[in-house]
Design a protein around this ligand. Sequence first.
Ligand SMILES: [Zn+2]
Length: 327
Amino acid sequence: MGLRPNLLTRRAAGVASTTLALLLSTAAVGVVPAASAFSAAPGGACVEPTDSHTNARVKPGAAAKHEPNELTAKQVRERDADLAAALRERATFRTGAGATALATVTIPVVVHVIQRDSTRAGGNIPDSLITAQINVLNQAYAGATGGAATAFDFRLDKINRVTNPSWYPIVDGSSAERSMKSSLRVGGKNTLNIYLGELSDDLLGWATFPQRKLNSMDGVVVLSESLPGGTATNYNQGDTGTHEVGHWLNLYHTFQGGCSGSGDSVSDTPAEASPAYECPTGRNTCSTAGLDPITNFMDYSYDSCMYQFTPGQASRMLTAWNAYRAA
Ligand SMILES: [Zn+2]
């Protein structure tokens, strides 16, 4: 157990780069999970939401000083209260705003490839990796890899290549990130803007949660070499993109809140005390029912280990779509 059912199919998309990945990436990824490195409470809990990148995905042993992806219990309460308020507000403006399991949503996607120069090391990844990423998103969100089908599919509208050394690498929370997004972001609240490049602090990616008022920071940042066929060993099948888009659609980590309380605000994801790294089959960190959801896209395990969303997560995403991102 643990390997995604269609692993071979998905790996096939990256065959051309596999050898390169093996040669280049050995030293790029920490080998020892260092959960303690991420256990500190996030700093700046009162940071204005538009500045908050509290939804990153990290490699084990990453250099990030704190885990920028976990929310405090207070932040979770505030976000969930805001979701309820947003749903109430929308219901007063129109009928049928509530989520329905039958609704389908096609999300327009604009991909911004941030480059330092024209070399692969400088961020110039081929279009084929990007189209493979869109395919991975579509498989994951359709339930084709083994999880619940969600309401969402993804349509690549544009690839926007930008050479700007001052935006490379993309530094989480920096003024350069703000400048980059302010300059590049396009579309309405329903448009998924993905920014690809080298990232600060060994991060694999980060994302913004949906908000009632669109702001220019809205979007998903992903390590370009985490795309299918990229060089990020163990994280190069595109599931960082899947994970970050999950945040963009209002999902928390499966380990949010640890063993107590409402956890990730989804009832069918068993509680988990801390992030799972690699693929620890049989891990069980909470006394509550169920093994840790290490195969869930919203954990931190290897791409080869994670392959599913739950029905509860699918429902939460659709509810949030209707509250925040629907036209
Ligand atoms: Zn995350």
